[in-house]
Design a protein around this ligand. Structure first.
Ligand SMILES: Cc1ncc(COP(=O)(O)O)c(C=O)c1O
Length: 421
C-alpha cells in the first residue's frame, strides 16, 4: 500500500477557512468544505475502508479523487487534519501539516519512531504526563533511547542537559500535568535549535486557542485530542502538527525516507497505522468548532475555583498559572492568551484527606482524563501518575487535580467547599 497523502499543503475549505480569518472562524470552517458530492454542510463520516479505483493502479479522478485505503487517508480524517493545521499556526500563519492519530500516545510514539534512532537523546520535563514518561522510559529506553528528565523552567539546567550531537528532541509540556509548571517555549526553542535539536510541545493543556507553540519557535506540536480539542469526554484521539520546511537531518535516508519531518511523519502514520478512525475524527472536529467558547468558560471557572481554594483553611498550596505568585505566571502571561482550565492543589492532612476529598465531591466526577465540559477530580499519585511512582517524576501524595468544566462556577465552588469541610 503506497502513501497517498497529498504532498502539497492541504487547501483550506469552507467560506471562512483561510489564514486571514480569526481563530473561531477557522475552527468552524477550516477543513469543513461542504461535501462535494451532496452539499452536506457538515463533513460526513466516511465509514469506508477502501475506495473504488478507475483502473488497476489508477485512482479515481474528479470529485473526491485521491483516496485509496482509509489507513492512508480518509476524507473525514483529512477534514480534521486541515482544521488542526489551520489552528496550530506559525508566526506568519502558513504551511503547517497536521496528522490525526488513534490517541495522544500513538501520536507521541510516531514522533519518537519517525525522528529518532537508538542512541539518540531526548530531554523530557521532570513532571511530564505519566504516560509520556512511560513511553519514553519503558518503551523507548529498552529500544535504545537515552533521556534526561529536567525541570524545564530552569533554562540553565536544560542547557546543561543538552548533549551536542546526541540530543535530538527537547520535549516540552506547558502547563505541565499535574503540577501546572510553565516552560518558556521561545527560550527553549533557542536552546534546542542552538544544539541542532527540535522542540516538541505537548499543547494538550493549553490548546491552540490559548497558546500557539509554532508561532513561538517550536517545531512540532503534540495533542491528546481526547482532552480539550474533543472537549466532551467521548473520544480518544491524538494529533501532530509540523512546522513548514522542517528537517531532521540525522534521519536522512533512515527507512528509505528523506529528512523532511512532514514526510517522515506522514510515512510513519501510514506505515505504523495508528490512525484516527472516521467517527473519532468527526467527533474531534465537531469539538474544535466550539473550542474558543469552551476555553473561555473553562478559564473563567478555573479562576473562580483557584481563588476559592486559596481562601480555604484546609488547602495547602494551589497550583494555577493565573495566580500572580505562581513561579511561571509571568512567562504564562506572555505566551498564553489565558491560563487554562486545570487547577491542582494540596490538602492539609496528607493522602487520607486527599482521597477523602476525591470521594466526597458530587458535581466534580472522580475520573481520569480532563478537558471535557464536565468537571473531573482525581488523585494523580494513585491514578494518572501511578506509572511514575518511585521515579524522579513522582508527585506529592496529598495532591488533587481538577479539570474545571463549564458548569456554573458557584456550583463548582460550593461542591469543593462541602467536600473539604
Ligand atoms: C498532556 C498529555 N499528553 C498526552 C496524553 C496522552 O493522550 P491519550 O490518552 O489520548 O493517549 C495525555 C493523557 O492524559 C496528557 O494529559
Amino acid at each position: 500500500m503506497t502513501d497517498h497523502r497529498p504532498d502539497a499543503p492541504p487547501a483550506l475549505g469552507g467560506p471562512g477557512g483561510t489564514r486571514s480569518h480569526g481563530f473561531s472562524t477557522r475552527a468552524v470552517h477550516a477543513g469543513s468544505e461542504p461535501d462535494p458530492a451532496t452539499g452536506a454542510v457538515i463533513t460526513p463520516v466516511y465509514l469506508t475502508s477502501t475506495f473504488k479505483q478507475d483502473g488497476v493502479g489508477a485512482l479515481r479522478q474528479g470529485l473526491g479523487a485521491g483516496y485509496e485505503y482509509s489507513r492512508s487517508a480518509n476524507p473525514t480524517r483529512t477534514a480534521l487534519e486541515e482544521c488542526l493545521a489551520a489552528l496550530e499556526a506559525t508566526a506568519d500563519g502558513d504551511g503547517t501539516r497536521a496528522y490525526a492519530f488513534a490517541s495522544g500516545l500513538a501520536a507521541e510514539d510516531t514522533v519518537l519512531r519517525a525522528l529518532l534512532r537508538p542512541g539518540d537523546h531526548v530531554i523530557v520535563p521532570d513532571d511530564a504526563y505519566g504516560g509520556t514518561y512511560r513511553l519514553v522510559a519503558r518503551v523507548g529506553g529498552p529500544w535504545g533511547l537515552d533521556f534526561t528528565p529536567v525541570h524545564l523552567a530552569d533554562l540553565d539546567a536544560v542547557r546543561a542537559a543538552v548533549r551536542p550531537g546526541a540530543t535530538r528532541l527537547v520535549w516540552v509540556e506547558t502547563p505541565t500535568n499535574p503540577l501546572l509548571a510553565i516552560a518558556d517555549i521561545a527560550a527553549l526553542a533557542e536552546i534546542a535549535h542552538a544544539a541542532g535539536a527540535l522542540l516538541v510541545v505537548d499543547n494538550t493543556f493549553a490548546t491552540p486557542y490559548l497558546q500557539m507553540p509554532l508561532a513561538l519557535g517550536a517545531d512540532l506540536v503534540v495533542h491528546s485530542t481526547t482532552k480539550y480539542c474533543g472537549g466532551h469526554s467521548d473520544v480518544i484521539g491524538g494529533a501532530l502538527v509540523v512546522a513548514p520546511g522542517l528537517e531532521a537531518p540525522w534521519m536522512a535516508g533512515v527507512g528509505d525516507v528523506g529528512p523532511s519531518v512532514a514526510e517522515r511523519i506522514g510515512f510513519h502514520q501510514n506505515a505504523m497505522g495508528a490512525v484516527a478512525g472516521p467517527f473519532d475524527a468527526w467527533l474531534v472536529q465537531r469539538g474544535l468548532k466550539t473550542l474558543s467558547i469552551r476555553m473561555e468558560r473553562h478559564c473563567d471557572n478555573a479562576e473562580r475555583v483557584a481563588a476559592a481554594l486559596l481562601e480555604h483553611p484546609r488547602v495547602g498550596r494551589v497550583y494555577y498559572p493565573g495566580l500572580p505568585d505562581h513561579p511561571g505566571h509571568e512567562v504564562a502571561a506572555r505566551q498564553m492568551r489565558r491560563f487554562g482550565g486545570m487547577v491542582s492543589f494540596r490538602v492539609n492532612g496528607g493522602i487520607e484527606e486527599a482521597l477523602g476529598v476525591c470521594k466526597r465531591t458530587q458535581v466534580f466526577i472522580l475520573a481520569e482524563s480532563l478537558g471535557g465540559v464536565e468537571s473531573l477530580i482525581e488523585h494523580p499519585g494513585r491514578m494518572t501518575h501511578a506509572s511514575v511512582a518511585g521515579s524522579e517524576l513522582e508527585v506529592p501524595d496529598d495532591l488533587i487535580r481538577l479539570s474545571v468544566g463549564i458548569e456554573d462556577a458557584e456550583d463548582l465552588v460550593a461542591d469543593l467547599a462541602q467536600a473539604l469541610d
